[in-house]
Design a protein around this ligand. Structure first.
Ligand code: GLY
Length: 568
C-alpha cells in the first residue's frame, strides 16, 4: 500500500501493524457469572470450581494460589511473596502486600567481595538470596478479611494435586529440564524435581508428598504453623545451612501489610494499581500521564510514532524508578511529586516526537532544593462485582532452587530485587540506588503491577483487570495491553496476543519481540535515534479480564504461556 492523501502514512502504519497483531490466537473465554484467567490450566479449573460453588473472587484466588504452588512450581509458591489487589463488590479497593522481607541481619556488605565488588551470584543462589516468605501469611490474612468459604476447602484441591500427583504439561516439562542444573544443586530439590533416568516429558506425573503434608498443616488456617512451627524451623535451618542469616525471629515477625492503592486517570478511565514496595503502579501511572498528551489512537498500534512516544515515556519513568523507588517504610519516596500532573506534563513536554532522547540525558526527577520469567499473575472476578488481580513470585524461575528440608517448599531469591550496589544491574538489568539498597527487614522493590481499570464516573463500572510476570517488563506488558484495549480498541484476546516491546531507561535500547517490528517501522525508529534489539524471549504473560457494558465478561490468557481463561 502506498500513502496518499486519503490514507496518510500514519494510518497506513497503523493498519499494517494491526494486521500483524490481528487474528487472535484463540477466542477469549466468555461468561456472565464469573471468570478466572490463570497461567496454568489445572489451577484455572480449581478457581472456576470455587466460583461455581458460590465462592467469591478472594476465595478463588486463595485456592488458585495454593494450586499454582503445586502445578506451576517455577513461580507458584508457598516460599515467595506477592501482591493482591482487590476490588470489593461495593467498589472499594485494597492493596494487600505480602512481599518477602530481608532477614534482619542481612547487610549490603554480605553481597560484596573482599575488594568491595558486588558478587551477583550471592543475591541469586544460596541462603543469602532468600527473603522471609510472605505468601502463606498473605493468603491466610486475605482470606480472613474477605474470604467466604472455609480455608480448608480452598486448600483441598492443592493437597490432592500435590499428594496424588498431576500430569505435567509440555511447558512445565521443558521448564524443569531447562532448570535441571539449578534444581540438581540442592539435594531436596533434586529429589522432587530432577529425573535421573531421562528428561521430563509432557504427561509425566509429578508427585510432591512433602508439599501435600505441608499444605495439610496450613489448611488448618493458623499462620503459626508456618511462621513459628516445624515448617518455619525447617526453612530457617535450610537457609542457614546454605549460608543465609535468616532466624526464627525473622519468620515470627513477618506481617502482611494493607496499603493504599494508587489511583490515576487515563482518558475516560480510572486506573488502580499497586503502590510501593512495588514500582509497578507508580511507573504505570507516570507513563500513562505522559502519554495522555499524545493521540495514540491516531498513530495506531505498532506504528513507529506510537512506539517512539511510548519508549520515551517509559525511559523517563524507569529513570525515576531507579532513583526514587524502594520500600516506603525505609525510604521517603516523593510519590506525590513523581505523580504530580505538572511534573509529568514537563516530562512529556521534553519528548521530541522526531528524536529519541539518549538515556544519558534523562536525569531522574530532582526535587527542588528545599525538599529528595519468574513471577505469575492471575485475574479473577466472581460476577458479584468482586475482582482480584494477583501477582506472586519466587523471583527467578524456581527461585533460589532450594527446597526447605522435608517441606516441599521452594524458597525465593527475592533479595536480587534489591540494588546490591548503586548502579549495579540486577538479573533484569534494573539499576537502583539508596532507595532500594539492601537493609535488614526491608522489602525489595518490585515491578509487579496487578491493575484494575474502572470507568472514571460516579458509577465506577469495572472495565479491565490484568497483570503479568516478566521482571522489569511487567509494567510495560500491562501498559501495552491497556493501551491496546483503551486506545486501539482491540478485542481482548488480540490485545493480549499483540507483539510487545520494552524500554527501561538503562540499557538504552528498545527490546522487542521479533515479530513486532516490520522493516519500515524499525527504520522509522532508527531514524529517530533508537537502538533496537530483537528478543526471542516472550515479553510478559498477561492474564486479562474485560467487562462489557452489558454484563458480558471476557477472559484472555496469553499465548506466550500455558495459561487458561475459564468463564461461566
Ligand atoms: N521479582 C520480580 C518483581 O517483583 O518485580
Amino acid at each position: 500500500m502506498k500513502a496518499n492523501k486519503y490514507f496518510p502514512t500514519i494510518v497506513l502504519a497503523a493498519v499494517m501493524a494491526l494486521t500483524i497483531a490481528s487474528a487472535a490466537s484463540r477466542p477469549a473465554a466468555v461468561g456472565r457469572n464469573g471468570m478466572v484467567v490463570a497461567p496454568e490450566a489445572q489451577a484455572a479449573q480449581v478457581g472456576l470450581k470455587v466460583l461455581k460453588s458460590g465462592g467469591n473472587a478472594v476465595d478463588a484466588s486463595v485456592a488458585m494460589a495454593l494450586a499454582l504452588a503445586v502445578t506451576y512450581p517455577n513461580a507458584g509458591n508457598l516460599g515467595g511473596g506477592g501482591f493482591l489487589l482487590y476490588r470489593t463488590p461495593e467498589g472499594e479497593f485494597h492493596a494487600h502486600d505480602h512481599r518477602e522481607t530481608a532477614p534482619g541481619a542481612l547487610t549490603a556488605g554480605m553481597f560484596l567481595d573482599r575488594e568491595g565488588k558486588p558478587v551477583p551470584e550471592r543475591s541469586l543462589r544460596g541462603g543469602l538470596a532468600v527473603g522471609v516468605p510472605g505468601t502463606v501469611a498473605g493468603l491466610l490474612d486475605a482470606h480472613r478479611r474477605w474470604g467466604s468459604l472455609p480455608f480448608k476447602d480452598l486448600a483441598a484441591p492443592a493437597i490432592s494435586l500435590a499428594g496424588d500427583g498431576f500430569a505435567i504439561s509440555r511447558e512445565t516439562a521443558a521448564g524443569l529440564n531447562r532448570s535441571a542444573t539449578l534444581l540438581a544443586a540442592d539435594p531436596e530439590s533434586a529429589k522432587i524435581f530432577v529425573r535421573r533416568d531421562r528428561p521430563w516429558q509432557a504427561g509425566d506425573v509429578l508427585v510432591q508428598p512433602d508439599l501435600a503434608a505441608t499444605l495439610k498443616q496450613i489448611a488448618a488456617g493458623d499462620p503459626a504453623v508456618f511462621y513459628t512451627g516445624r515448617i518455619g524451623r525447617a526453612i530457617v535451618e535450610t537457609v542457614r545451612t546454605c549460608g543465609g542469616v535468616m532466624t526464627l525471629e525473622d519468620l515470627a515477625a513477618y506481617k502482611p501489610v494493607l496499603r493504599e492503592p494508587l489511583h490515576g486517570v487515563y482518558r475516560r478511565y480510572r486506573i488502580t494499581s499497586f503502590p510501593p514496595p512495588s514500582s509497578g503502579g507508580a511507573v504505570l501511572l507516570q507513563i500513562l500521564e505522559m502519554l495522555e498528551a499524545f493521540d495514540l489512537s491516531a498513530s495506531g498500534y505498532g506504528g513507529s510514532r506510537t512506539i517512539h512516544l511510548m519508549a520515551e515515556a517509559e525511559r523517563r519513568a524507569y529513570a525515576d524508578r531507579a532513583q526514587w523507588m524502594g520500600d516506603p517504610e525505609f525510604f521517603d519516596i516523593p510519590l506525590d511529586r513523581l505523580l504530580d500532573p505538572d511534573y509529568l506534563a514537563g516530562r512529556a513536554g521534553s519528548i521530541d516526537p522526531a528524536r529519541a532522547t539518549p538515556s544519558g540525558r534523562i536525569a531522574p526527577y530532582r526535587p527542588v532544593p528545599e525538599e529528595s520469567p519468574e513471577t505469575l499473575h492471575f485475574s479473577v472476578t466472581d460476577g458479584k462485582g468482586g475482582i482480584v488481580a494477583m501477582t506472586t513470585t519466587l523471583n527467578s524461575s524456581y527461585g533460589s532452587g532450594i527446597v526447605a528440608r522435608g517441606t516441599g517448599i521452594l524458597l525465593n531469591n527475592e533479595i536480587d530485587d534489591f540494588a546490591v550496589a548503586p548502579g549495579v544491574p540486577n538479573q533484569f538489568g534494573l539499576v537502583g540506588g539508596e532507595a532500594n539498597a539492601i537493609q535488614g527487614g526491608k522489602r525489595p522493590l518490585s515491578s509487579m503491577t496487578p491493575t484494575i481499570v474502572t470507568t472514571n464516573a460516579a458509577s465506577s463500572r469495572p472495565v479491565m483487570a490484568l497483570g503479568s510476570p516478566g521482571g522489569s517488563t511487567i509494567i510495560t506488558s500491562v501498559l501495552q495491553v491497556l493501551l491496546n484495549v483503551l486506545d486501539h480498541h482491540m478485542p481482548l484476546q488480540e490485545a493480549v496476543d499483540a507483539p510487545r516491546f520494552h524500554h527501561q531507561w538503562l540499557p538504552d535500547v528498545i527490546r522487542y519481540e521479533a515479530r513486532m517490528l516490520p522493516e519500515d517501522v524499525a527504520a522509522g525508529l532508527r531514524r529517530r535515534g533508537h537502538i533496537l534489539e530483537a528478543t526471542e524471549r516472550a515479553l510478559g504473560n498477561v492474564a486479562a479480564i474485560w467487562f462489557e457494558n452489558d454484563g458480558t465478561i471476557h477472559g484472555a490468557a496469553d499465548p506466550r504461556g500455558q495459561g487458561r481463561a475459564e468463564g461461566f
